[in-house]
Design a protein around this ligand. Structure first.
Ligand code: JFZ
Length: 482
């Protein structure tokens, strides 16, 4: 518990620092761009180029995050003790010495891994892209790396490259593939960074002298060569690079070395966690949905399906299909993407409880997907909730209290209303719709039978059947003209 609190405190401090930095930069006049040692694609492209580059990602809305690595073997337990915190952090949280952690590799033989099945599951869920951990903070590469031998091909009996297999299947099945890469934290490479947990009180936050070394040599002998490998070994993939947890070590000059590599792949999308003052393409709210989205920025909420990213055998705290679907709809209504995580086990299998939930989400999307994919945000707003006049967040700001009656998404000539709470009144009432409503029907009604409309003054009443067509969310479609 303590460890978790300290971790959160670290995050809050880091967030506060990076926010004030971002505000400082935005307060500069527009004519004076942010100075980066190497300009990134975002610094140089036109708005139209940016829209073209981001198009598939904005349309896709829903992706699969996969946290998979050696940590799936201990699965949350070390030396017979259940280690609190997220599963992929077990090495840090339990202060596992480097040699002991590395000894997991010869035991890693995920023979039940099937790229075909995982990509098929993502497709069945209605996901349009996936992002897998190529290397997490533990430093173990889940791909064929010549740059560093602590990897799944060279150091395990498995000897296969799951990223290559996923790339092949994604190609076959029409799925986009991205790679997560921990560019700064690396707990097994000498010189790699570490966030502080527990009593890791030295300046480096290391807990084993084998971790000590020079950050630049880590960057030049491991991180940068591996990023190069990831960018060149898999043909058209990755289409996304998902960086994580930059520390003070990731200075603008060091980040610029990575940007030089990224710039050679002009269609690539990368997130805001590179560090060194680079903002990347996407905001990455983690485990929450921003009440108003991020106006003017592309964004993606990443969330766990239980309470861990990397597999923990005893984490059965699974979110309901209702919660997961509401999250997807809520995010879409605010203009963001949902990156929903799964954690394969040490055999390479996505836990059944996770797969079942994804299948259910996919069933809803098969009927109602047109309200989500390529949709625009709500034209309303207050339906999402309101700031509490009394309750406060930790930082002292008013707390946002979500409301779960309905959400709305939009297309050029349609307003979608995703109804969670079926109105007892027998009709859906809209005050001052922003466009003229010409007709209405329910997306889950196979015949799209027009619903009775009553326009009175500046409000519209749509007659609804007595019962919802879908117990989680029934989509009302309003055909509109301006
Ligand atoms: C980061 C990773 O650390 C985490 O393992 C996962 O990959 C997630 C998607 O991204 O999130 C964090 C970052 C910092 C802390 C916890 C999770 N922390 O300091 O406790």
């Amino acid at each position: 518990m303590n460890l978790v609190c300290r971790n959160i405190a670290t995050v809050v401090i880091l967030v506060a620092v990076s926010l004030s930095h971002a505000q400082f930069e935005r307060s500069k006049p527009d004519t004076q761009p942010i100075h980066h040692p190497v300009p990134s694609i975002q610094d140089t492209e036109s708005l139209a180029q940016r829209d073209a580059r981001m198009q598939w990602w904005r349309e896709g809305r829903f992706g699969m995050f996969i946290h998979w690595g050696l940590y799936s073997i201990p699965a949350g337990t070390w030396d017979g003790k259940q280690i609190p915190g997220i599963g992929e952090w077990i090495m840090n949280n339990a202060s596992i010495p480097v040699a002991e952690y590395k000894a997991l590799a010869p035991r890693f033989n995920p023979t039940s891994f099937s790229a075909r099945e995982i990509v098929a599951l993502a497709k069945a869920a209605g996901m349009k892209y996936m992002v897998i951990t190529a290397k997490h903070h533990d430093g173990f590469a889940m791909f064929d790396s010549k740059a560093n031998s602590f990897n799944i091909v060279a150091a395990t009996p498995f000897k296969r490259d799951p990223l290559r297999e996923l790339a092949e299947e994604c190609r076959k099945q029409g799925m986009k593939l991205g790679f997560y890469y921990s560019q700064d934290q690396d707990w097994t490479a000498p010189g790699g960074s570490a966030y502080k947990t527990g009593n890791h009180d030295s300046a480096s936050h290391h807990w084993d002298s084998a971790q000590d070394g020079d950050f630049d040599s880590y960057l030049h002998t491991k991180a940068i060569p591996q990023i190069k490998e990831l960018l060149t070994q898999y043909a058209e993939f990755p289409v996304v690079v998902w960086f994580d947890t930059p520390t003070a070590n990731m200075t603008p000059d060091r980040a610029a070395e990575i940007v030089t590599l990224l710039n050679q792949h002009p269609n690539l999308i990368w997130n805001n966690r590179l560090g060194g003052s680079y903002q990347g393409d996407t905001e990455t709210p983690e485990q929450y949905i921003p009440p108003q989205g991020f106006p003017g920025r592309d964004w993606e909420s990443c969330m766990t399906i239980n309470a861990t990213w990397g597999y923990k055998s005893y984490d059965t705290n699974f979110k309901s299909v209702e919660t997961l679907l509401r999250n997807l709809i809520d995010i879409a209504s605010k203009g963001g993407n949902y990156l929903l995580n799964v954690g394969p086990d040490s055999k390479g299998v996505i836990p059944a409880a996770e797969a079942e939930r994804l299948q259910q989400i996919g069933k809803w999307l098969a009927v109602n997907g047109e309200a989500i994919y390529d949709s625009k945000p709500t034209l309303f707003g207050p339906e999402a909730g309101a700031l509490s006049p009394i309750e406060e967040e930790k930082m002292g700001n008013p707390k946002f209290i979500p409301s779960w009656n309905w959400r709305s998404t939009t297309k050029a000539d349609k307003i979608y209303i995703e109804i969670f709470t079926w109105p007892g009144s027998g009709s859906f009432h809209l005050v001052k719709p922003p466009r003229k409503v010409t007709s209405a029907y329910l997306l889950a009604d196979p015949t799209h039978t027009p619903l009775k409309l009553m326009q009175t003054g500046d409000s519209v009443n749509v007659h609804l059947p007595a019962k919802a067509l879908d117990p989680i969310a029934t989509v009302l479609v309003l055909n509109t003209s301006n």
